[in-house]
Every structure is written in C-alpha cells, then in structure tokens.
Design a protein around this ligand. Structure first.
Ligand code: 5GP
Ligand code: ZN
Length: 113
C-alpha cells in the first residue's frame, strides 16, 4: 500500500484532478482519458480489486452514488455513460487498488475489446 499509486493520490502524495470527495470515496480525472469524460472513482481504503470486496460492500454503492452524481455534473446523465471495473489480468486491471471507470461523452461500442 506504501507504493500503491491510488493510495498515494488518497494521501495527497501524487497530484490528481479531483472532481468529488466524500469521507469514503475520491473521484479524479483519468491521466490517460479514453472518452471526453473519463473519471476514476476509488475508495479511500485500499481494496486491491472488486474480487476482494467481501466485507466492504457498502463502499461499492457509495462509489456508484458518486459516479451518478458526477455524471449529472458532467451533463451526461441523459445521454448515458458506462461504469467499468476491470478485475485481474485478462480484464486489463493495471492498478491494484479498486477503481470504477466513469466513461461518457461519446457513443460506446459493445462488446468491449
Ligand atoms: P485499469 O487499467 O486498472 O482498469 O485502470 C487504471 C486507470 O488508472 C487507467 O485508465 C490509467 O490511465 C489510470 N491511472 C494510472 N495511474 C494514474 C495516475 O497516477 N493518475 C491518474 N489520474 N490516473 C491514473
Ligand atoms: Zn491502494
């Protein structure tokens, strides 16, 4: 956790473009955006992956609430948006601190890559 990049953002050791904060959740713009709106929503607490959520289920809904509020602020609530949680190597999880991608502002394709 000392070296976890998202824990460093939580501690303020790495700068981030923060868009919303609650006592349990922080949301900031992705450093490498894949859509006009691309925001990371993370728990302050270090949870390595959604596969390790057991016992911390409440924070997941708090993350969803934050995502929905940001979507409204970003003006994409009616157009639609995508919430993505990558879990593990084959899904492409590159940061081992639970994070939910909020993507929007352009049409999305399905299936994902
Ligand atoms: P994953 O691939 O694990 O689902 O998503 C990790 C995301 O975190 C990527 O979209 C990547 O661009 C973003 N990211 C990685 N390091 C940083 C950082 O230091 N700051 C910000 N704002 N985003 C980061
Ligand atoms: Zn962490």
């Amino acid at each position: 956790m000392e070296e976890c990049v998202f824990c460093k953002i939580v501690r303020g050791e790495i700068q981030a473009d923060t868009v919303m904060e609650t006592d349990e959740v922080i949301a900031f713009r992705d450093i490498n955006p894949q859509a006009p709106t691309h925001i990371q929503i993370i728990p302050r607490k270090h949870i390595s992956s959604i596969s390790e959520i057991e016992g911390n289920e409440d924070v997941l809904m708090r993350m969803v609430n934050v995502a929905n509020r940001i979507a409204e602020e970003e003006g994409i609530k009616e157009r639609g948006y995508r919430l993505v949680i990558n879990c593990g190597p084959e899904a492409g999880q590159s940061v081992m601190h639970l994070h939910m991608h909020l993507l929007g502002g352009r049409p999305m394709r399905w299936p994902p890559g």
